[in-house]
Design a protein around this ligand. Structure first.
Ligand SMILES: Cc1ncc(C[n+]2csc(CCOP(=O)(O)OP(=O)(O)O)c2C)c(N)n1
Ligand SMILES: [Mg+2]
Length: 340
């Protein structure tokens, strides 16, 4: 698969971050009802994984799906319209944020139920194996290891040697332990998450979720191994939780994210300052690329400006899109030809 350039990787990560800042703003304005989850702080994982995929591959995800879909190439305007429950959304406003999916991009399902995507993804991998091409990537959180569906999926995948990559985004990691690997999900008795798939003979890797380059290398390698018939792989991505994710409803603790924070300016908010310094994968990547002479501040500003313009237009599209018509309430609900 083509590797992303530095500018493409920054663009892909900023698309997710700026998109979700708009989600937080729109939710606070009451533009859409109900709960939602954001992916801020985990951007390079989705970007690295999706960059390693081909058009024929499948992606499955959870309630924290915005980043996965944007990285897979979904249009921000149709995604935003879907989140707002509008007719212009990918599912005509029926799925909202929690079940957002885009079939034509090979993302047949996302689910708000912990662990629920795992057996579906295993079915996707079986389909790939039967047709003789393609792989499946499934993203899930660390709490999925506390669900029976996780074990069913892993066992079937291991026994049938299915072409599937299990991507556990473990965002329960305190910053200091992200690299040392001593900390797991709060209620799983296994000392390390990786011990669980390994006990089922599934080759496992642990990667730093704040290191975009390490993630890129890891996903290229693992997807290639799965694609060449090596059977399932499991990767634990060790992320730290973004401070805006601590309240029940997402917040922007230091206000909108500032590109200037990558170039020496300090935020006023103490929690944000600590997280930005140690764990923000976008800032860490920008600083690294600036130091290497690969992307300077002016280039990053130009990317950010174009991403912001894209998101402003996406919000406009979503707000202007009509609500679904009442007489179409049963469309997008049943599979074609199966209408009751
Ligand atoms: C089967 C089920 N049980 C409980 C919930 C309520 N719930 C929503 S998110 C969540 C925690 C998920 O944690 P994790 O898998 O680590 O994902 P994260 O949100 O941290 O990314 C729970 C328990 C649910 N959605 N589904
Ligand atoms: Mg978690």
């Amino acid at each position: 698969m083509p590797k992303l350039t530095v500018a493409e990787r920054v663009t892909a990560m900023l698309r997710i971050r700026r998109f979700e800042e708009q989600c937080i703003r729109l939710s606070k304005e009451g533009q859409f009802p109900g709960h939602y989850h954001v992916y801020i702080g985990q951007e390079p994982t989705a970007v690295a994984a999706c960059a390693a995929l081909a058009a024929e591959d499948f992606v499955f995800s959870t309630w924290r799906n915005h980043g996965h879909l944007l990285a897979r190439g979904a249009a921000a305007d149709r995604m935003m319209a879907e989140i707002l429950g509008k007719a212009g959304g990918y599912a005509g406003g029926r799925s909202g944020t929690l079940h957002l999916s885009v079939r034509e991009l090979g993302v047949p399902a996302t689910s708000a139920l912990v662990g629920a995507s795992l057996p579906l993804a295993t079915g996707g991998a079986l389909a790939c194996k039967r047709r003789g091409s393609g792989v499946t990537v499934v993203f899930f959180g660390d709490a999925a290891l506390e669900e029976g569906a996780f074990y069913e999926a892993m066992i079937i995948a291991a026994v049938w040697k299915l072409p599937i990559l299990f991507v556990c985004e473990n965002n329960s990691i305190p910053p200091a332990q992200r690299k040392r690997g001593q900390y797991t999900s709060s209620t799983l008795p296994a000392a390390r998450l990786a011990d669980v798939p390994q006990s089922l003979q599934i080759a496992t890797e642990v990667v730093d979720g704040a290191d975009a380059d390490a993630l890129a290398g890891c996903f290229e390698r693992l997807v290639a191994e799965v694609r060449s018939g090596g059977g399932p792989r499991f990767v634990e991505v060790r992320c730290t939780r973004w401070p805006g994710n601590f309240p029940l409803w997402p917040e922007l603790p230091g206000g909108e994210w500032q590109l200037a924070w990558a170039y020496g300016q300090q935020p006023d908010h103490a929690d944000m300052a600590a997280w930005l310094q140690q764990s923000d994968p976008v800032l860490l990547y920008l600083r690294k690329q600036a130091a290497a002479g690969a992307l300077d501040r002016a280039q990053a500003e130009a990317i950010d400006a174009s991403v912001r313009a894209e998101m402003t237009a996406a919000v406009r599209f979503a707000l202007d899109s009509p609500l679904p018509a009442a007489n179409e309430a049963y469309e997008h609900v049943w599979a074609q030809g199966r209408q009751a």
